[in-house]
Design a protein. Structure first.
Ligand SMILES: Nc1ncnc2c1ncn2[C@@H]1O[C@H](COP(=O)(O)OP(=O)(O)OP(=O)(O)O)[C@@H](O)[C@H]1O
Ligand SMILES: [Mg+2]
Length: 372
């Protein structure tokens, strides 16, 4: 923003400091003067003879004489106060404002794109140090966010390139050595293309949830959980996994499509990352202290808690895949996380001691219906 140049804060502080000092000086002199007037006669008096307290022939000055003697001294005093106020104010203001200069410097550098500098003001806490610490914390978050975005863009491009490169390789081979049965090539190309479409759709979904641009309506999560479990039942049976759903009515407010996607991703994960055979998945819904809670729990191999903490990051996949044929992209939990955040909720992943994972999603409960 372009602004008209104005007085610097340092100058303003100096002038106010000197101004206050002058006003205080004038007030003090006025009080002294009023006090003195009570004891001084209007006109000068000469007391003669033995009546005089200090001996014969005493001269007592009148108000005018006193003023003549007092005024130049008072003016001198005020001039001294003005100079003292200006110099002292200038030095004090520069001391007080020094941290601001450092804060401005660092925010200006950050504004020009370099987010690695910090203010790190030394000393005890006061208003300016609090401001500096807040700016530092903001820069920390901003830097982490930018790094995350860069990582995301790099991963997304890498993942998107993989199916394209596979397609290219398949086509190159087919051109050099035309296949006897083009049907097989078409099938493979179809599978690779389907994967690219899935990935692009997952990315679109992620950005839609992040932008929070969706219609909010009243949704019962227990119905969504049942719908997701029902849709995925044949898939689970194919893998020898059984699904069990239970729970009460759990009214939340949000996008029906996104919340269904969230539950579907969780149940899909619970099926895919389960035991090779005889695994179970439990989906429970409930209301707890003004929140609605969805819990998806599955059997599976034992997971390292440190690793589990990173699983919601985009493109993070578990190392040991139980079923290699269903190689995921690693966006399922990232999508769940942004949908949960877009609905002002919390997502907690807990590895189970017996193996497998418990995922708990907690969302604000919908307010009770007011219509009759
Ligand atoms: N219910 C679960 N039980 C055990 N491990 C899980 C579970 N859910 C997720 N994981 C681990 O977290 C990783 C990330 O999950 P995420 O859903 O983000 O990606 P993905 O399932 O690999 O791929 P996709 O993008 O197709 O979902 C998985 O690769 C898996 O190792
Ligand atoms: Mg997944």
């Amino acid at each position: 923003m372009d602004r008209e140049p104005g007085l610097s804060v340092r100058l303003k502080l100096t002038l106010s400091y000197a101004g206050f000092l002058l006003v205080a000086g004038v007030l003090l002199i006025a009080v002294v003067w009023v006090f003195l007037l009570r004891y001084v006669p209007d006109q000068a008096v000469t007391v003669s003879g033995d009546d005089a307290p200090g001996g014969p022939g005493l001269f007592i000055p009148g108000r005018r004489d006193l003023w003549r003697a007092f005024a130049p001294k008072a003016a001198l005093m005020l001039a001294f106060l003005a100079v003292f106020g200006l110099v002292g104010g200038w030095l004090l203001a520069s001391r007080m404002l020094a941290p601001l200069q450092r804060i401005t410097e660092v925010t200006r550098t950050a504004g020009s794109g370099s987010l690695s500098h910090r203010i790190r003001l030394p000393g005890r806490r006061d208003e300016l140090r609090e401001l500096a610490d807040t700016v530092d914390a903001m820069l920390d978050r901003l830097e982490a966010h930018v790094a995350e975005q860069r990582r995301f863009a790099a991963n997304a491009s890498h993942e998107l390139r993989t199916p394209l490169a596979t397609t290219q390789a398949l086509l190159d081979v087919a051109r050099q050595d035309p296949p006897h049965d083009p049907g097989e090539l078409v099938e493979r190309l179809h599978a690779v293309n389907a994967r690219a479409i899935d990935l692009t759709e997952a990315l679109l979904l992620l950005s839609r949830a992040d932008q929070r641009s969706f219609l909010r309506e009243r949704v019962d999560l227990s119905l969504l959980a049942e719908e997701a479990a029902e849709t995925l039942l044949p898939f689970a049976e194919g893998r020898g996994v059984s699904i069990e759903t239970s729970g009460d009515v759990t009214p939340a407010v949000g996008s029906r499509a996104l919340l269904l996607q969230m539950v579907t991703n969780l149940v899909h994960n619970a099926i895919v990352h389960n035991l090779p055979a005889g695994g179970t998945v439990q989906v429970r819904t409930g209301v707890l202290k003004g929140s609605v809670v969805v819990t998806v729990e599955n059997t599976g191999e034992t997971l390292d808690p440190a690793r589990v903490a990173t699983l919601v990051e985009p493109f993070q996949r578990g190392t040991a895949r139980v079923h290699g044929d269903q190689a995921g992209v690693g966006l399922g939990l990232a999508i769940v996380d942004s949908i949960v955040r877009a609905h002002d909720g919390h997502l907690v992943l807990t590895p189970l001691a017996t193996g497998g994972l418990r995922v708990v999603v907690r969302l604000p409960a919908a307010p009770p219906r007011t219509d009759h």
